[in-house]
Design a protein around this ligand. Structure first.
Ligand SMILES: [Zn+2]
Length: 275
């Protein structure tokens, strides 16, 4: 039956990139026995750490990941410049969704936080908390709504789907070092199970490809090589800050990813093979 299903692949499969802002092995590895879906992914896929050579700034790393460009090229480092919110149009690059759509591919991108509010492509989606969810209610809402929308989009079998969860970054800024953070990884783990395993994504088409990736890791506020936010913010004192070690898990992606920018090239590589 499985073989028969696989042979029904019509479009050459979906490339699914699941972004989890600030997800880190520092939390996942010691808790793997409880994070059963992460564990399953590490067993069936390849996992590694991407050590950023660039600054671990969400806006800049996500921008580079989906444009293939280095900061010197895309020049986008901050959500706000000179008191103005930077918009998609202000960033003079083509993203992977622009490139593939021109080639007639079906592309969807959901809640990608290289700008605020996070950017969506080919999808109507209202970001939670202007993309900077600040309290538990907003974190829960983001987790639920991104999961539900992503399931809908996966069912449409696009050539490329990119979805990003933002809440862990915010949770870790305020709660790093607390058990509360691990509780949120468990919630995230459940949703990953729903998206990747309950949908049968990895079994329904042998051409389906998966990347789970973060833009940076996390560490205690004082241990960060570079502090990206002031310690005292209007929302409270910060306990954690981005770390240069980001997370990567790939399944069925036979392409070496060493830097965030390589995600762009990996997607493009496989897209160009499926005319
Ligand atoms: Zn981030």
């Amino acid at each position: 039956m499985q073989t028969f299903k696989k042979s029904l692949s019509k479009n050459g499969g979906t490339f699914f990139v699941l972004g989890i802002d600030a997800a880190t092995w520092t939390i996942i590895t010691p808790n793997l026995s409880e994070l059963t879906n992460f564990k399953r992914l590490t067993e069936i896929g390849k996992s590694k750490t991407i050590t950023l050579k660039e600054k671990p700034i969400s806006a800049s790393v996500w921008c580079g990941m989906f444009s293939g460009k280095l900061l010197e090229e895309h020049k986008h480092e901050s959500y706000v410049v000179n008191g103005e919110i930077v918009k998609r149009e202000d960033i003079k690059v083509d993203f992977i969704w622009d490139v593939l759509e021109r080639e007639g591919k079906k592309v969807r991108a959901l809640n990608v936080p290289f700008v605020v509010p996070p950017y969506s492509f080919g999808v109507n989606f209202k970001p939670i908390g202007f993309g900077l969810p600040t309290n538990e209610k907003e974190w829960e809402e983001e987790l639920e709504r991104v999961t539900e929308k992503t399931k809908e989009l996966l069912a449409e079998k696009p050539d490329l789907l990119i979805s990003v969860y933002n809440c862990l970054d915010r949770i870790q800024h305020f709660h790093w070092g607390e058990d509360y953070v691990v509780e949120w990884y468990k919630r995230m783990d459940e949703k990953i199970g729903e998206l990747i395993f309950d949908t049968g994504f990895l079994e329904e088409d042998e051409n389906n490809k998966l990347i789970v990736i973060s833009d940076h890791g996390f560490c205690s506020f004082g241990e960060a090589k570079m502090q990206t936010l002031p310690e005292h913010t209007p929302e409270g004192k910060l306990k954690g800050d981005p770390h240069e070690n980001a997370l990567l898990i790939t399944v069925n992606v036979d392409y070496e990813i060493e830097r965030p920018q390589d995600v762009f090239y990996a997607i493009n590589f496989f897209a160009s093979k499926k005319k």
